[in-house]
Design a protein around this ligand. Structure first.
Ligand SMILES: NC(=O)c1ccc[n+]([C@@H]2O[C@H](COP(=O)([O-])OP(=O)(O)OC[C@H]3O[C@@H](n4cnc5c(N)ncnc54)[C@H](O)[C@@H]3O)[C@@H](O)[C@H]2O)c1
Length: 379
């Protein structure tokens, strides 16, 4: 089924308001989830509504939480998200970082105990919109224990995204937004919902054997995700845990915290204008991007994409043609509406752009694949 993005935002806002959020917060969370769908990261979009609502209902995440400043100077702030919704406390923390960087040239924000921060590229985009370069290191302290270390079988690390954004003057910013593991957990969940297999080299089963089947990952005992690029990705993941978990005070992956999802995020925000004139930086950036893109391509008529470019194109397309949701995701959202006694605003006739039949889904770096059961999903 396909939905217009603004209808999905309204529905999500209605759901979060019914779950206890003030209207501003309900809209902010809904908007950021739908934004993840718009840029193609369905794993971090409205598929999360049922679990966010469940966490709100059982107190694992709290509505309308302000951030608490633990310590602060002109450049650094240690900020406690107090287990508020990540889309809310994350936005406040990044705005604080932007304000400090605008005054001092650089800022470091250590956010601890945030609810799930969603798509981390959001925060780099927010900084880029304010003209700032930014780096973000994110871990999950407990329930995100998903990834086996290099050479290991057992889950010991979280997905640990690293995100960086560089504004490009008049053009679109470069946004590198990647987890340090081969596949984001939300995408395994999506594959499970869609009856698909996960690409080679992403998962091991509970005995350490390679597998493509998402059911092995969610089995009892469970399997694990592999880090990207073997020992290098495993090392990167470890550093991200230390910066986002230990330095922020949010805690590195720890099975004792497994009852709740909480993100820690270390953000470094840089005001480029302190480092030289726009007339030096942007032309050099443009020259270099053009040079990189001028490489011969492996496939005929191929194209070199910049980080974030795929998402920018997907966004333009989905703004126009709508957001496709699989039937299970939609059914789960409808069940959440029923749970919250929401009757108004989610009649399919109002929301549906067109009926979802047999989808062709394009994944980064992959050719289009059939949406039929048994096909592969790479993300
Ligand atoms: N909140 C959390 O705890 C958490 C945890 C893990 C992941 N995430 C989010 O999950 C999302 C998915 O992460 P992921 O690792 O699956 O991302 P991904 O593999 O889809 O993309 C990673 C990066 O590669 C770029 N890219 C993709 N295809 C490309 C191509 N063909 N050429 C050039 N560049 C290309 C993308 O623009 C992106 O910057 C991210 O938004 C991340 O922030 C969040």
């Amino acid at each position: 089924m396909k939905f217009q993005h603004d209808h999905l935002i309204s529905l999500a806002a209605e759901i979060f308001a019914a779950a206890g959020c003030q209207p501003d917060e309900a809209h902010r969370v809904g908007r950021r989830l739908v934004e993840a769908n718009l840029v193609g990261h369905d794993s971090h979009g409205v598929i999360r509504i049922p679990s966010y609502v469940e966490w709100l209902r059982n107190g694992k995440v709290l509505a309308n939480q302000p951030i608490r400043i633990v310590s602060e100077n002109d450049v650094i702030a240690v900020v406690d998200g107090q287990f508020g919704l990540g889309q809310s406390v994350g936005e406040t923390a990044i705005q604080l970082g932007i304000n400090k960087a605008a005054q001092q040239g650089v800022s470091v924000i250590a956010l601890r105990n945030a609810g799930h921060l969603g798509r981390i590229g959001d925060w780099a985009e927010m900084a880029a919109e304010a003209g700032m370069i930014s780096l973000h290191f994110v871990n999950t302290s407990g329930a995100g224990m998903l990834v086996a270390p290099f050479g290991g079988i057992d889950r010991r690390l979280s997905a640990n995204p690293f995100t960086a954004g560089v504004p490009a003057g008049e053009g679109k910013p470069i946004i590198l937004d990647m987890s340090a593991c081969t596949v984001a957990e939300g995408k395994i969940r999506l594959a499970l919902n869609q009856g698909k297999m996960v690409s080679d080299g992403c998962l091991i089963d509970s005995e350490g054997n390679p597998t493509n089947d998402p059911r092995h990952f969610y089995g009892d005992p469970p399997g694990a995700i592999l880090p990207i690029s073997g020992h290098k990705g495993s090392g990167l993941s470890l550093i991200i845990e230390l910066l986002a978990g230990a330095l922020t005070g949010s805690s590195c992956t720890n099975p004792e915290n497994a009852w709740r999802v909480a993100n820690g995020m270390l953000s470094i925000i840089i005001d480029r204008s302190f480092f030289g004139s726009a007339n030096e930086f942007f032309p050099e950036m443009e020259r270099f991007v053009t040079f990189v893109k001028s490489s011969r391509t492996v496939i005929d008529n191929g194209e070199i994409l910049m980080p974030g470019e795929l998402e920018q194109r997907t966004r333009a397309r989905r703004l126009e043609s709508g957001i496709e949701l699989d039937e299970i995701t939609w059914k789960q959202i409808c069940e959440t509406c029923q749970l919250l006694d929401i009757k108004h605003g989610f009649a399919e006739a109002d929301l549906t752009v067109q009926t979802f039949q047999d989808s062709q889904i394009t994944m980064p770096g992959c050719e289009p694949i059939s949406g039929k059961s048994g096909s592969r999903i790479h993300e």
